[in-house]
Design a protein around this ligand. Structure first.
Ligand SMILES: [Zn+2]
Length: 968
């Protein structure tokens, strides 16, 4: 096979040489920049990785080349450009040419600017707002007639094609390449480039993760100064919060970079959003294997293919090996940034290019990637010399072919875009789903309002019902939030509000398989299947909403309802000096039922507290005397927050929740644990998921070499050291650190661990009764599962009404409690419902619509039994299982995929283990998953608020046994 492949490539090389001669006529009129062109040739590592589009650079009297501006060409080995210099360069092009204009997209968490440049012919740039308006008209078929749309499509409007790069900071080529592409689009006078300039508007955002780019360039040059054999700095803290997961934020939209792109997309209505990445050999053009997300219009799926095929064929025609499509990711989960295009009826796509470097190297293709396939007609070679100029050439050429393809078919793409909007609106009228309703007065009303605001920011339109009505069997109250399905972006609602049923017969999923938006947020949302809902009186929501709130009644004592709304924790920390208590049992007061965890304020400044409650969307009741329930004081803890120096990918999602909801903490690296003295400084330690095995988490950054490895802001590394600094980040917590963690707990501290860090103490036998289990047969990609409340009296579930809670689980670890007996989970109002059978309605959280990747076998017949089954031999344990998987495997999955679920039957999801005088709160689920699991935030917040009273409501050993176990 290899030999045959080589022969093919020799043939292809010949074709490439022939192709070089083709555009000679067009070139004749324009002089090349001789030096730049010479350097392109000099730095190209393999002569096959080029095309006639990028083997030269045209000269310009007015516009500076990258060489003139930076002193080096794009693709110079051993050099990287800071985002601030990339931005300066694009602004210099803007200054010099009427064919380009640059503006700000907004700033990052660390205050750096994100920019976008528009490139088109002079006339278009001079009237760019007019063109923006045309696309706005085409976006909304409710206000644009067919006649007007046809006129716009037929030659008035121009598609916007938005190229973005630099999302992933170690993927350095896109930001470099886009500078040369921008220059070329502005300056070159071939028919090819002219047609791009006149028929479409190209937007270029060279760096999405601006904070991470600057840190990466610092890190690269720092490592260059390290002697051989010494430890190198990994790239830590890309943005303020997350690393690679910055491309998993499209649903949550926590990060500024996502918000900025989303705002830009909402304003400019790009027909294509094309994101440049680096991970593959040599150029992967996205389509995906499927299953494709069911909510994406079928037209878009077709457009993915037609676009990708063009790039594969054009590059293959020119003899460039290794340009392919299809077999890389799937197309299922809507969490990637480019999904912003899909939720807005546009086309989201991406490249994966063999890395820019910038150091030279040899790329050896994996054994399974060099065969000739229908999706890979000219496969990668077994081995090739690679460097930054290869990377620049291959992705710049392909991007230009794509721009040209769209430029040649602008009316076709515009028509498709218009049709997708029109089909969306029509789908809302035809049904089956005509609207979704979020009851404004639901128990978790503050978080419900937050969900409305978050979705409005993403472009979903909301109304509020003017008066109560019934439609499709759903009772809607005045003031309830209504999402009309007859809106252009109903695609988003389809995508977010349906259930996912991902068949495990598919190729291995690329990422999460389940995400149902309101399940993750534990928000009541109802589908309405009745077109009559569309004629009901309702008023558009035009500004952010806030839940009804305030204080009812009179008297010096205030009782704040604990509804598990996340803002309750804000209320506590904002009023840290006010004495607050938690009720340890459910009670009635003033005609209102309170769940345990209600906050009692014996004496407070009502006016000040009421203002705080109103701002946070919380409700309280005033009374003359405190309710007659056992209570404990909510002592404000000193919180320490531990991060690993080896990996800062996941903890940032947790940190973001602490920042957003105002929990103060001291942030420090794993190496600090070794120093001990933790209990003197902290009451609560939070140590979020790190990933890897226990050994790697304990070892941290390897202690390679003899020199310390500093992570600091210095003159040479001005962008490092923002989140944390250390003189030597090597060595991890070590065994001493593990011992100190255990000591902290024994001395009365509360340690909160989630995901992988939940495995550390059990692995050293430091949490009696709690063990980590291995289940090779378990297939658990990120999905939404059912949690059963196993201990309703535990402060960890304070405020939670009902017996169940949707949780997010992926196979980070499975905990076992090693305890005997079991707990009745309580069948609750869902006892007659069968998860994943569709219909009937499954639970209060669930809508009926399912995105099925493939028909899923229905759940086993017979009466479902909920309940945490416990099981296993009786063993002495101080673990208190608070939330657990259902006792039956077929009751576990709510949305997504699960195989071998028997391994999870009755297994703990959240456990409180008493060790000495303190507690370890272990999460096997992920309560702070990617800013999507707001419905679980309070589990962590309750642990912090009640840190020294976690034993409240604890049953004795006899009581636990007496609670009974579900019938089998
Ligand atoms: Zn990437």
């Amino acid at each position: 096979m290899c030999r045959r492949t080589s022969a093919l490539h020799r043939l292809a090389l010949g074709l490439a040489v022939a192709a070089l001669a083709m555009p000679a006529l067009a070139h004749a009129q324009q002089r090349n920049d001789e030096e730049y062109t010479r350097l392109i040739r000099q730095h190209l590592q393999d002569p096959r990785i080029t095309t006639e589009l990028v083997d030269h650079l045209p000269a310009s009297e007015t516009v500076p080349t990258p060489l003139k501006f930076h002193g080096r060409i794009i693709g110079t080995p051993g050099e990287l450009t800071y985002a601030k210099d990339i931005h300066r360069y694009l602004r210099a092009i803007d200054e010099a040419s009427p064919r380009a204009t640059v503006w700000s997209l907004g700033t990052t968490e660390e205050g750096r600017e994100m920019i976008v440049m528009a490139i088109a012919d002079e006339q278009t740039i001079a009237n760019i707002d007019t063109y923006k308006g045309y696309l706005g008209e085409l976006t909304d078929p409710r206000r644009t007639t067919e006649e007007r749309a046809r006129a716009l499509i037929g030659g008035i409007a121009k598609p916007v094609y938005w190229l973005t790069a630099g999302m992933h900071s170690g993927e350095t080529g896109g930001p470099e390449m886009l500078q040369e592409l921008a220059y070329r689009l502005v300056v070159e006078e071939t028919d090819f480039i002219r047609s791009i300039r006149s028929n479409i508007i190209t937007l270029v955002t060279p760096v999405i993760e601006v904070d991470g780019r600057e840190k990466h360039v610092d890190t690269y040059y720092f490592n260059k100064t390290r002697p051989a054999g010494e430890a190198r700095l990994p790239l830590m803290f890309w943005g303020k919060y997350v690393a690679h997961d910055n491309n998993r934020d499209a649903m949550g939209q926590l990060l500024k970079l996502t918000q900025n792109i989303n705002r830009g997309a909402s304003e400019w209505h790009p027909v294509i959003l094309h994101d440049l990445h680096e991970a593959s050999t040599y150029l992967y053009v996205s389509t995906g294997t499927g299953p494709y997300n069911e909510a994406i219009d079928a037209i878009t799926v077709g457009e993915w293919w037609t676009l990708a095929e063009n790039e594969v064929v054009e590059m293959t025609k020119r003899g460039v090996p290794g340009v392919w499509t299809f077999n890389f990711y799937d197309g299922w989960t809507p969490n990637y940034m480019f999904t912003i295009a899909h939720t807005h009826n546009a086309i989201g796509r991406f490249y994966e290019v063999a890395s820019y470097g910038p150091d030279l190297r040899t790329v050896r293709a994996g054994a399974t990637t060099t065969s000739r396939e229908w999706y890979r007609p000219n496969p990668p070679l077994d081995s090739i010399a690679w460097g930054p100029r290869n990377n620049t050439n291959i992705q710049q050429s392909a991007a230009l072919f794509s721009l040209k393809y769209v430029a040649d078919r602008a009316p076709w793409f515009l028509e498709n875009y218009w049709l997708k909007g029109r089909r969306s609106v029509q789908k809302g009228k035809d049904g089956p789903v005509n609207a979704w309703v979020i009851p404004a007065g639901q128990r978790r009303k503050a978080d419900a309002a937050q969900m409305v605001n978050d979705l409005m920011a993403q472009g979903l339109e909301f109304h509020r019902a003017d008066r109560a009505f019934q439609a499709g069997g759903v009772q809607v109250q005045a003031g309830d939030y209504v999402v009309r399905a007859d809106q252009p972006f109903r695609t988003m609602a389809d995508m977010y509000f349906s259930l996912q049923a991902f068949s495990l017969q598919n190729p291995r999923p690329y990422d999460d398989t389940g995400w149902t938006f309101h399940l993750m947020r534990n928000i009541d949302l109802r589908e309405i299947k009745d077109p009559a809902v569309l004629t009901q009186a309702m008023t558009p929501v035009t500004a952010p909403v806030r839940a009804a709130s305030g204080v009812t009644g009179t008297g010096p004592v205030l009782v704040v309802d604990n509804t598990t709304d996340a803002s309750l924790v804000t209320f506590r920390f904002r009023n840290a000096k006010v004495r607050m208590q938690a009720a340890e049992k459910d009670f009635e007061l003033g005609g209102h039922s309170f769940r345990a965890g209600a906050v009692i304020i014996p004496q407070g400044d009502r006016a000040a507290l009421e203002a705080s409650l109103n701002e946070l969307g919380l409700s309280a009741w005033a009374t003359d005397r405190a309710p007659d329930v056992p209570t404990h004081d909510l002592d404000v803890p000193r919180v320490g927050y531990i991060h690993s120096w080896a990996r800062t990918q996941d903890e940032g999602w947790v940190r973001a929740a602490f920042d957003r909801y105002g929990i103060p903490y001291t942030y420090f690296g794993d190496i600090e644990l070794r120093k001990g003295g933790l209990r003197a400084k902290y009451d609560v330690l939070v140590f979020p998921h790190v990933g890897g095995d226990v050994q790697s988490m304990v070892n941290g950054v390897a202690s390679t070499g003899t020199l310390p490895l500093p992570y600091r802001k210095t003159d040479k590394t001005p962008n490092l050291g923002v989140q944390d600094q250390a003189d030597d980040i090597r060595g991890g917590m070590g065994f001493e650190g593990v011992t100190e963690l255990a000591k902290f707990v024994q001395q009365g501290g509360t340690l909160i661990v989630e995901g992988s860090t939940s495995a550390i103490l059990p692995s050293y036998g430091l949490t009696p009764g709690l063990v980590v289990e291995a289940h090779p047969s378990l297939v658990a990609p990120g999905s939404v599962h059912r949690g059963i409340v196993a201990d309703k009296a535990s402060p960890l579930v304070y405020g939670l009404a009902g017996d169940q809670l949707p949780v997010f689980f992926r196979n980070d670890l499975v905990l076992g409690s090693g305890r005997g007996g079991g707990f009745g989970g309580g069948a609750g109002p869902w006892a007659n419902l069968t998860p994943m059978a569709n219909p009937p309605r499954l639970s209060p959280w669930q809508t009926d619509s399912t995105q099925a990747s493939r028909a899923r076998p229905s759940a086993a017949a017979g009466a479902p039994e909920f309940g945490f089954g416990g099981g296993g031999a009786a063993a002495p344990s101080t673990s208190r299982v608070v939330l657990a998987f259902p006792a039956r495997a077929d009751q576990i999955l709510l949305s997504g995929a699960l195989g071998g679920g028997e391994a999870l039957q009755g297994k703990p999801q959240v456990v409180d283990t008493k060790v000495g005088d303190g507690h370890v709160v272990s999460f096997a689920v992920r309560p702070f998953w990617r800013w999507q699991t707001q419905g679980n935030f309070f589990l962590g917040f309750n642990a912090i608020l009640n840190w020294n009273d976690l034993d409240a409501g604890k049953a004795g050993p006899a009581a636990a046994g007496a609670a009974g176990r579900p019938e089998r």
